[in-house]
Design a protein around this ligand. Sequence first.
Ligand code: B12
Ligand code: SF4
Length: 431
Amino acid sequence: MRILLLKPRWLVKDGVYRFLTHISFEPLHLGILAALSEGHDVTIVDHDWDEIPNDRDFDLVGITATTFSSQRAFDLADGFRQKGAKVVIGGVHACLMPEECLQHADAIVIGEAEYVWPQLLKDAATGALKPTYQQSQPTVMDDVPIPRRDLFRPNPLVGMIQATRGCHHTCKFCYLPHVPWHQHRRRSPDKVYEELKGMKQSIVFFVDDNLFVDEDYALALCEKIAPLKKAWSVQAPTTITKNLRLLRAMQKSGCFFVQVGFQTVHPDSLARAGVVQNRVETYREVVRRFHQHGILVQGFFIFGFDNEDSRIFPTAETCIKQMGLEDALLYILTPYPGTPIYDQLKQQGRLLAFDREKFGWANAVFQPARMTPQELERGVQSTYENLHSFFKWQAPRRILNPKWLPFFLRHPRILWVVLQALNRRVKILRD
Ligand code: B12
Ligand code: SF4
């Protein structure tokens, strides 16, 4: 069969990530599906960077959908079905809203795909597609094939890789704790080493939900990959900074940058969000310990919890400035179907009807308890602007610091991305 695997556009104009035009994130999910499609003619298209191949015919089109890209996924699915292709939708949105996805697809895959995709292909080839496919058990990580990176557009700067899936935390805004495949699963360090060795990029980003659930595993992984001398980055929880041995191993193996989900600077918000692993009073120390080990830190912060009024913005700004971070990404709480926060807001009649493009954590899609939606958006926008100039003035000191200058000189393209980030303009407010 001629198969098209398609990722709809993610990046939005003036969005938080728009400045990352020099990093084309590799669509790992599509690369994995391609690796499981032996014997078929497979094309991968990432609409953030590639054109939709409307001039070609395909027998089967597989589309990955997140909540915020779901409308674009449906439009593409409808178009391909009109042209006669069979369409399969998978990805996080297919597991959160299967019925909705089925209205635009001949079949959907709920959750992980490793064990059902080969059967789905056989069914498609014989005209016997079933509407729904779902694995009876979570994927064993050593069964995940190496993604077909040869089908990705050339991406010399940053490669993506996954060592683990799942997370043991229960943040109330996250869908992961509520799906059957949430438990933490690990690939053997040997397999990760082999995949990493085959990647041509010298900088890699681990896309794991939470690589550090088992700190002994994380330590073993760092020790295994250290000889490859890759520079790597990952999302990391605040809790690992208690483990100095692990931090040292991360440093020695090339970790240069972590994104940390501090989530909020307000203890009441942490409690409401179910983020039991964070303590506001430790934030400065958390950043300091990463820095001690040569690791740069970007913080994630969410605004809009029910205890917050507009005083949260100056409080957060002051706290974030004192933390010593290199950068911060600010998000507006976004209730995704399948999360307790969504259920609560729905029950209270506080969900506002908005198109799916607004579900990218940059718009108020619900009625906040102590602010208007506009106050919430304006507050995040102005905090962004204030912090942006703060980080911009701090950056030269960091870049020229003897701890990090050699790294930037070795990786001038990363320096270029940092400079782009410093010039980014984030637009939260609605047009
Ligand atoms: C890397 C990443 C990013 C990167 C880039 C991603 C990219 N363009 O490729 C960046 C940093 C840019 C990013 C940004 C955002 N992200 Co993000 N990101 C991820 C992350 C960590 C990894 C994605 C990945 O590669 N996974 C590895 C693959 C192999 O796993 P998978 O996608 O689950 O695929 C499996 C199955 O789902 C299935 N499958 C998937 N697609 C398909 C398609 C078909 C046809 C089939 C059959 C099966 C199938 O098969 C795969 C193998 O089993 C995920 C979390 C995660 N660990 O998945 C979040 C995640 C996708 N991001 C999310 C969000 C919300 C965002 C942001 C909106 C904000 C934020 N909070 O970060 C922004 C949006 C950007 C924008 N609009 O400007 C959410 C989406 C939730 C939702 N309901 O839609 C996730 C799930 C995180 C979470 N826990 O909530 N992100
Ligand atoms: S730590 Fe991250 S992945 Fe784990 S439940 Fe919380 S938000 Fe989800």
